[in-house]
Design a protein around this ligand. Structure first.
Ligand SMILES: Nc1ncnc2c1ncn2[C@@H]1O[C@H](COP(=O)(O)OP(=O)(O)OP(=O)(O)O)[C@@H](O)[C@H]1O
Ligand SMILES: Cc1cn([C@H]2C[C@H](O)[C@@H](COP(=O)(O)O)O2)c(=O)[nH]c1=O
Length: 212
C-alpha cells in the first residue's frame, strides 16, 4: 500500500491586529469545500506543552534570546507531535502564525541574529520544508494599533510601541522577499470584505498549481 501524499501546510502571518485570525474560519471552510481534511492550529501554541510556553511568552518578562528559544521549543513540540504527523496523513494544516513570526518579532523586532534563527528553524523542522503557502496580512502599525485598542486589552508584546511593530513589519517584508514563491502579501489595510476577497483569490491562484 502506498503512503498518502504529503498534505498542504498554510500559515497566516502579520503584526498584531492585522486581522489574520478574522479569516481563519473562512480559509478552513474553503479548504474543506475542496475536499480537504483540515487541522486548524496556532503558534505560539498548538499542543498542551506549547500552549504553556505561549502563556509564559505573553505574560512574563524576558529578553529576545529567551523569547526565540521559547517559541522554537514550542514549535518543535508542535511540529513533531501535531503538524508533521497530520501532513504525513495527507491532511491540510492551517496555522495562525508559524516560523516567519520568529524572524519578524525576535529577529527584526528584537534584533536577534537572522542566520541563527535560520539554523534553529532548520533543526526544529528536521531540515524539511515548512509552509507551502503563507498569507502575509500587511498593514501599517498605526491601523493595527487602532484595531487592537478597539478589540481588547494588550498583552506584553502588544503593549510594545509603534517603532517595534514597524520593525516587525519590515521583518515580514524581508521574509517575503526571501521566499517569493511561498509568501503572498495581502493588503490588510482594506475593509474586512476586501481582505476576504484577496484571501480567496490567493487561495484559488495557488491551489491548482500545487504539485503533490
Ligand atoms: N479589515 C479590517 N478592517 C477593520 N477591522 C478589522 C479588519 N480585520 C480585522 N478587524 C478587527 O480588528 C481586530 C483584530 O483582528 P484579528 O484578531 O483578526 O487580528 P489578528 O491579526 O489575528 O491579531 P493578533 O495576531 O494580535 O491576534 C478585531 O476586532 C477585528 O474584528
Ligand atoms: C509565533 C510567534 C509569535 N510571537 C508573538 C506575536 C504575537 O504578539 C503573539 C501571539 O499572539 P496572537 O494574538 O496569537 O497572534 O506572539 C512571537 O513573538 N514570536 C513567534 O515566533
Amino acid at each position: 500500500m502506498s503512503a498518502a501524499p504529503r498534505g498542504r501546510f498554510i500559515s497566516l502571518e502579520g503584526i498584531d491586529g492585522a486581522g489574520k485570525s478574522s479569516h481563519l474560519g473562512a480559509i478552513s471552510r474553503w479548504l474543506q469545500d475542496q475536499g480537504e481534511d483540515v487541522v486548524q492550529t496556532r503558534e505560539p501554541g498548538g499542543t498542551p506543552l506549547a500552549e504553556t510556553l505561549r502563556d509564559l511568552l505573553l505574560n512574563r518578562e524576558m529578553d529576545g534570546l529567551t523569547e526565540a528559544l521559547l517559541v522554537f521549543a514550542g514549535r518543535r513540540d508542535h511540529w513533531r507531535t501535531r503538524i508533521a504527523p497530520a501532513l504525513a496523513q495527507g491532511r491540510c494544516v492551517v496555522s495562525d502564525r508559524f516560523a516567519d513570526a520568529t524572524f519578524a518579532y525576535q529577529g527584526a523586532g528584537r534584533g536577534f541574529d537572522w542566520s541563527a534563527l535560520q539554523t534553529l528553524e532548520s533543526w526544529v523542522l528536521d531540515g524539511g520544508p515548512g509552509p507551502d503557502l503563507t498569507l502575509w496580512f500587511d498593514v501599517d502599525p498605526a491601523t493595527a494599533a487602532r484595531r487592537r485598542a478597539a478589540a481588547r486589552a494588550s498583552d506584553r508584546l502588544e503593549a510594545l510601541d509603534e517603532a517595534f511593530f514597524a520593525r516587525v513589519r519590515d521583518g515580514y517584508a524581508r521574509r517575503a522577499a526571501e521566499n517569493p514563491q511561498r509568501v503572498v502579501r495581502i493588503d490588510a489595510g482594506q475593509p474586512l470584505d476586501g481582505v476576504g476577497t484577496q484571501v480567496l483569490q490567493a487561495l484559488q491562484a495557488w491551489w491548482p498549481g500545487r504539485a503533490r
